[in-house]
Design a protein around this ligand. Structure first.
Ligand code: BZD
Length: 792
């Protein structure tokens, strides 16, 4: 390809690929033209990577995930290809602002939260490390819903990213696989044969995932559901237009929407169909590739490491056994062994309501052969471990966690604490039976997106101090340590943060009409709204603080802005109450002329990856305040620490490991430990006792229940307050006093720049371990047995 530079290639794509006259081009047209021009620069490396993997006969990593929360791709590609300057200059010459063009890209919101974002960070690290890999998932037509607020309440609207040209994907005409549902299993000459009743096609779309410096790229292969045949011409000709289109509509339903549910499995048939759809298509594709490259089936585990991201693809166990045994004639025991050699499973939650179970009836109806195979797998397991009590099917339900465990050679937790709890709780018996199976792989985040790209000011300071090597070797951030007592370095560090905060304040004013003081402490809690994450603990403390400021307006308060963002699952009523309360409190507190110099509350709508990229570099304090034992890991906590926002947090998930690394003086710890949580729950009336012992908490709850924040409907928070004063399962009341005290320690530290900035900078210097490169290396060594094809 001749490279004529972006000044030529951008208009060329605009004119010849989009058919748009530059004189009429919109920002969106320019953005797509730029994306195509940038894409041209990565395709060669991408194809070369696939070729190198084939030629080396390398083991490939297959990451199966219902979610890939990749966000925007254009800036990521520009940064990883190191094209920042060139693109900026070319756009300027065309009279365009690079920032505006980049910001025009809609987020690909193909995930709910941490689990989906982790998959995206892993894809980037796999490419950076030069590991041959595929991500496999679903090409949802509608990603996670768009959130807005009406009178403080969450309103959901469909997300429609695919109505725009998606410049990054390639439709693979030759990769279109057939799958079945339903029907029956018939004995044919002593062999069970599954005759499915309903068939759909899985159409592959590939998006290149490029690594640092563009040396290696892997494909993210997303499946779209399509009908076997187009529409029914006979019916159409008879004038029955709706019926003619019916098969198409039905098939497409499977990849229509991302389930907006990160807590409960609602037993929806469609969800199970989605799970089987993408898992079965991916396994067919994996076997096809393996067979095309030649090799004995028993050697599959030497060539394919298949990672199950949570239980959503857990049907992979029986499906792979079916493909090997039913369809390729391998003996059942060997098929189970071979499948287990390939498969491994990551658990992301211990919450009982989030552990998937499918009714035996539904499973039998939708996947009759799989139901039989699950029984066979269970029997084989029982034969191997005669003292096993856990059955895969219990009380008419198939337990997907146990199925994934039994069919995996390794099972991992996502932080040290979580992995320990897995062994003691949900997988206690299976761990006793298979003591070497559970391993820990603490999560990580990609430094390219979450520091280098999101925080250019801090990145420049770091690179100017220790060189650029940290970008792909994040632990080198520890080389900053000698600078942490240096006044000039700390000044520059504080300067970068202040500038980021000023940018955020400007954006909030322009986009949301909210005025905040950039000198105030930016205290940020951004994540899914969930009772265990305790946004309500934060807002109760905010109310108590407001009351205290009102009572003492002349005290030397440290000005604070409490920033919230996050979506609630549409069916999660209590989480939606929390959103409304935060918005109601914001309205009252922000309008209070007596206090609003010191305290503001902002709830930003439609939290997504791009908003996180804007907020995290401008944050002073990271709120990680879950009830101990409930947050498997957290990854936001890592992004904040890396960007110099110390944590106020409990001993939960990866907070524990963050604190170990940054040092206890640089982390605002509060609250009960996992063991204390269990003990506290056993105390009758624990919430009432806690309220009686803390006037501030009592005062805050009283204000909520009396309608101070809901003057139009004074009693609307009765249920909310009743929950907290009643059984308060997540122990908001019992942790309140400790949280309040920790916040006052934050105030004291923030008021002393000589204390605060070294603490913030230490968070950056000491969190290099939380790179997803390190996590991926852990998976490679402990789980996959895969190696890197050095992207030289
Ligand atoms: O996974 C999250 C955990 O809550 C975090 O603690 C952890 O850091 C990340 C990554 O390991 N879990 C989820 O995000 N879960 C979901 O989004 C989800 C989605 C669908 C169904 C069930 C859960």
């Amino acid at each position: 390809m001749t490279d004529t530079g972006f000044r030529d290639s951008i208009p060329r794509h605009l004119i010849y690929a989009l058919g748009t006259d530059p004189q009429n081009a919109t920002l969106g047209d320019w953005r797509i033209a730029l994306s195509l021009a940038v894409r041209d620069r990565l395709v060669d490396a991408w194809l070369a990577s696939a070729r190198a993997a084939r030629q080396a006969g390398a083991k490939r990593v297959y990451y199966l995930s219902m979610e890939f929360l990749i966000g925007r791709l254009l800036e990521d590609a520009i940064i990883n290809l190191r094209l920042e300057e060139e693109v900026r200059a070319a756009l300027a010459a065309l009279g365009l602002s690079a920032d505006e063009v980049i910001a025009d890209e809609p987020d690909a919101a193909l995930g709910n939260g941490g689990l989906g974002r982790l998959a995206a960070c892993f894809m980037e690290s796999l490419a950076t490390l030069g590991v041959p890999a595929f991500g496999y998932g679903i090409r949802y037509e509608h990603g996670l819903f768009r959130q807005s607020f009406v009178e403080g309440r969450q309103v959901e609207e469909p997300e429609d990213w695919l109505t725009q040209v998606h410049a990054w994907e390639f439709r693979r005409r030759d990769v279109r696989l057939r799958l079945c549902f339903g029907g029956e299993v018939v004995d044919e000459g002593g062999k069970p044969v599954w005759h499915g009743a309903e068939a759909v096609m899985a159409q592959a779309y590939d998006t290149p995932m490029i690594g640092w410096q563009g040396k290696w790229a892997n494909a993210l292969r997303l499946w779209s559901a399509e009908p076997l045949h187009g529409f029914d011409l006979d019916r159409f000709n008879r004038g029955d237009y709706a019926a003619a289109a019916e098969p198409e509509a039905l098939a497409r339903t499977i990849s229509r929407v991302l389930y907006p549910d990160d807590t409960t499995e609602r037993g929806k048939e469609l969800r199970l169909k989605q799970e089987y759809f993408f898992t079965a298509a991916s396994l067919q594709d994996i076997l096809r590739r393996f067979e095309a490259e030649g090799g004995a089936l028993a050697d599959l585990p030497k060539k394919a490491a298949i990672q199950l991201n949570d239980t959503h693809p857990a049907i992979a166990g029986p499906e792979l056994v079916r493909l090997l045994h039913d369809e390729r004639g391998m003996a059942l025991d060997q098929a189970i062994e071979t499948a287990r050699g390939c498969l491994s499973y990551t658990n992301h939650t211990l919450l009982p309501e989030a552990l998937e179970r499918w009714s035996e009836d539904l499973m039998t109806r939708l996947l009759p052969r799989h139901m039989q195979l699950i029984e066979r797998i269970d029997a084989a397991h029982a034969a191997e471990k005669p003292d096993r009590k856990v059955a895969l099917v219990q009380e008419g339900e198939v337990r997907m966690g146990e199925l994934a465990f039994v069919m995996a050679h390794k099972v991992n937790g996502v932080s040290a604490l979580h992995t320990g709890l897995m062994k003691q709780t949900v997988f206690e018996e299976l761990h006793r039976l298979h003591p070497d199976r559970i391993v820990n792989e603490t999560n990580g985040v990609t430094p390219r997106r979450w520091l280098f790209s999101a925080n250019p000011r801090l990145s420049r300071l770091i690179s100017g101090t220790i060189g650029e090597g940290w970008v792909c070797d994040l632990e080198r951030l520890c080389e900053l340590e000698p600078q942490l007592d240096d006044a000039a370095f700390l000044d520059a560090y504080a300067g970068a943060k202040r500038a980021n905060k000023a940018d955020l304040a400007g954006w909030l004013a322009a986009e949301h009409g909210v005025q905040i003081d950039p000198e105030a402490l930016f205290d940020v809690q951004i994540k899914r709204i969930h009772e265990y994450k305790r946004q309500h603990l934060n807002i109760l403390e905010t109310i108590a603080l407001w009351q205290e400021i009102k009572a003492n307006p002349n005290a030397p308060w440290v000005p604070r802005v409490k920033i919230f963002a996050g979506k609630a699952a549409p069916g999660y009523v209590f989480a939606k109450e929390i959103i409304r309360l935060i918005n109601d409190v914001a309205a009252v507190v922000n309008a209070d002329l007596e206090t609003n110099r010191f305290l503001k509350v902002v709830f930003l709508p439609n939290y997504n990856v791009s908003l996180a990229e804007r907020l995290i570099p401008a944050s002073d304090l990271s709120e990680q305040i879950s009830t101990a034992g409930k947050e498997a890991s957290g990854t936001g906590n890592m992004k904040f620490a890396l960007n110099g926002a110390p944590t106020i947090g409990t001993l939960d998930g990866a907070n524990v490991e963050i604190r170990d690394r940054v040092g206890e003086k640089n982390f605002f710890l509060f609250g009960m430990t996992t063991d204390e949580v269990v003990a506290r729950r056993a105390v009758p009336d624990h919430a009432r006792q806690a309220i009686a012992a803390d006037k501030r908490l009592g005062g805050a709850l009283k204000a909520v229940s009396q309608g101070v924040f809901s003057p139009r409907d004074r009693h609307c928070y009765r249920g909310f307050v009743g929950n907290l004063t009643g059984h308060d399962y997540f122990l908001v009341c019992s942790d309140f006093t400790a949280y309040w005290d920790a916040q006052r320690r934050v105030d004291a530290a923030f008021a002393e720049p000589a204390v605060w900035w070294p603490m913030a900078a230490r968070n950056t210097a000491r969190t290099g371990w939380f790179s997803s490169d390190r996590t991926i290396r852990g998976y490679m060594a402990d789980i996959w047995g895969a190696s890197s094809l050095d992207p030289a």
